[in-house]
Design a protein around this ligand. Structure first.
Ligand code: M6R
Length: 612
């Protein structure tokens, strides 16, 4: 979704803004722009539809726009088509105010009508231009930039992270947030704003996350933060410890491939600190055994791949804890009148920690009295900040839109949590506890082994990339694995793909299987292997071209029926999807590569979905 960067300091602003925006490209966008305030108090704006490079070329890499204070934006069109005019920054009619905005101003029509009646001429179709024009209107009324911002914020409704400049104040950026991510970066003689810490990695690690209703005034020397009542407040600073290189490709052709390859290391970081002397230790969970016993209902709430992690979690947590677990899509949860009260634990899963649907579900759950525990990758993100307990996944920055290492670390942490809770409740035997812990210890190395044997996957991708429809089938945990394999494939290769619980085939889907249909049969769940095989035979006898995935111990059995077989090492059943997902990620990657797709930035998708 949209990205925001702002800089005020002693260097030329434009190259810093372009660099910051380039670090936000992964979020997805369709146009980009910057506004720089010149020493003479003149707002110079450059913007273009398309890739950031187009904008950069237009302004000589930033050289043609001179000034040491500026704001920049990558736009994901919501109101008005992607074009030069609709891209941000937006200027007021008198060209005194420049605004960048993430989010949606819900009452923009009413405000626009009001301003038009006051003689204001609009040039774009966006909701954001309304903010720029309204700010200029109030500024002309009161002559005070800060006061005018306050008036605007009291008038607008909706979600926003705003960066605002005024030509009369060439030494100030004002920023404000409500329901859209925004952070402040503290530098030496320079200060920053950004929608995402990744943008600031080369410049500062010292940040403050803004909360809803807060406003900040940045000068070169200081940042003053105000609450919604416009009282000055002090806020805790956070340190970003991500390496700059973690957000760069480092010789890989694609971030997705790099992130797939980073999984062993990411898993080590997620698992090792929480395993001590053969026991799972969660210093970051404050929920006590007494409180856990009091919990009557558990929900797991998330979107996309994080939801698929939740699907695996449902099977595993129920198995280990002997408690019923509901998995809910965040976008459905809050509109489904969920059965949530103070005896409910809601486990929220999100890589970005900013997904709007998930955030809204979290707030709904809290308002109904639930306790919220989140599994989040981005430290300090909104979901992390609003949860009662947070378990970070420590996967480092994930840039590719298609999640891989975040999925794997979320899954590892959720499985560990299930085992930790099961131990608290006394619902897991000592033997099973120890077997899973052993499996967790071995997992990063087993993922490494799986990654090292990927030649077959390339070969299969080369022979299957021309299919236009694929079915993933599997039972129990293999069904949940299929959901993720299918999403990976469709989102980056644009091949129609669906995941079915194998037992459901005969209830409808099997009518779609004909000569040559590609079926990816998942047979890694040992307990139901024979049943999975019956379904393989079933689809084969209708002409399906089957590619199978199984474990070492079932390889020989699978090869009796299926010619093309991918194999992963054996582990404890609850951890098997953590290995099974790796070949599916690689398969999707290589298929997309053969099809010439824009792997890291698939069409119509954004990394962090901050609109409903
Ligand atoms: O940041 P989140 O984990 O909350 O994101 C949820 C989904 O948007 C995300 O998993 C999406 O489905 C990915 N593109 C899948 O690869």
């Amino acid at each position: 979704m949209c990205g925001i960067v702002g800089y005020i300091g002693k260097e030329q602003a434009a190259p810093i803004l372009l660099d910051g925006l380039s670090r936000l490209e992964y979020r997805g966008y369709d146009s980009a722009g910057i506004a720089v305030c010149t020493a003479g108090g003149f707002l110079q704006v450059a913007k273009s539809k398309g890739r950031l490079q187009v904008l950069s070329d237009k302004i000589g890499g930033g050289e043609d726009v001179r000034g040491t204070i500026g704001i920049g934006h990558t736009r994901w069109a919501t109101h008005g088509e992607p074009n030069d005019v609709n891209s941000h920054p937006h200027l007021s009619q008198d060209e005194k105010i420049a605004v960048i905005h993430n989010g949606i101003i819900e009452n923009y029509v009413e405000i626009k009508e009001f301003l038009i009646a006051e003689g204001v001429r609009f040039v774009s179709e966006t909701d954001t231009e309304v903010v720029a024009q309204l700010l200029a209107f109030y500024y002309n009324e009161c002559g005070d930039f800060f006061e005018a911002v306050g008036r605007v914020l009291r008038r607008i409704e909706g979600a926003y992270a705003l960066g605002m400049m005024c030509a009369d104040h060439p030494d100030m950026i004002i920023t404000a947030r409500k329901d859209a991510p925004l952070l402040l970066g503290f530098g030496d003689g320079a200060n920053y704003i950004a929608s995402d810490a990744t943008a600031l990695l080369p410049y500062t690690r010292d940040v403050v996350y803004m909360e809803d209703g807060e406003i900040a005034v940045l000068t070169r020397e200081s940042i003053t933060i105000y609450n919604a009542m416009q009282q000055v407040i002090e806020k805790e600073h956070s340190h970003i410890d991500w390496e700059v290189s973690a957000a760069e490709k480092g010789g890989y052709a694609h971030f997705m491939f790099k992130e797939i390859m980073e999984q062993p290391e990411a898993l080590r970081k997620a698992i090792s600190p929480r395993l001590r002397g053969g026991r799972i230790v969660f210093d970051d969970v404050s929920l006590t055994a007494r409180q856990l016993r009091h919990i009557e209902r558990i929900y797991i709430v998330a979107c996309g791949s994080s939801y698929h992690v939740g699907m695996v979690g449902k099977y595993n947590l129920e198995r280990l804890m002997r408690k019923s677990v509901e998995v809910c899509l965040a976008s459905e949860f809050r509109y489904s009148d969920p059965l949530v009260d103070d005896k409910t634990l809601v486990i929220v899963i999100s890589q970005s920690g900013e997904t709007l649907d998930t955030m809204a579900a979290l707030r709904e759950a809290k308002s109904l009295g639930a306790r919220v525990l989140s599994i989040v990758n981005v430290v300090g993100s909104s979901i992390a900040r609003e949860s009662d307990d947070v378990l970070y996944t420590y996967a480092g920055p994930e840039i590719a839109v298609a999640t891989t290492k975040a999925y794997s670390t979320q899954l590892a942490v959720l499985n560990m949590l299930g085992l930790y809770f099961a131990d608290m409740l006394g619902s897991v035997s000592k033997e099973e506890y120890e077997a899973i812990v052993k499996g967790l210890e071995a997992l990063p190395t087993q993922v490494e082994e799986t990654l090292a044997s990927c030649e077959d996957i390339q070969k299969f991708a080369a022979s299957y990339f021309n299919h236009d429809s694929v079915f993933f089938i599997g039972r129990n945990l293999d069904y949940t694995l299929g959901l993720e394999g299918s999403l990976k494939l469709k989102e980056i290769s644009y091949i129609h793909s669906e995941a079915y619980a194998s037992g459901e085939l005969k209830h409808g889907t099997i009518s779609l299987i004909e000569q040559g249909t590609l079926v990816i049969a998942l047979g890694t769940y040992g307990a139901l292997f024979d049943k999975a095989m019956s379904n393989v035979v079933e689809v084969k006898s209708r002409g399906a071209d089957v590619l199978a995935l199984t474990t070492q111990s079932h390889r020989a059995e699978m090869e009796k029926t299926v010619e093309n077989v991918l194999v992963v090492p054996d582990t404890h059943p609850v951890l098997q999807p953590s290995l099974g997902v790796v070949p599916l990620q690689l398969f999707a990657y290589y298929v997309a590569l053969h099809r010439g797709c824009d792997i890291d930035k698939p069409r119509n998708l954004a990394k962090s979905v901050t609109v409903e």
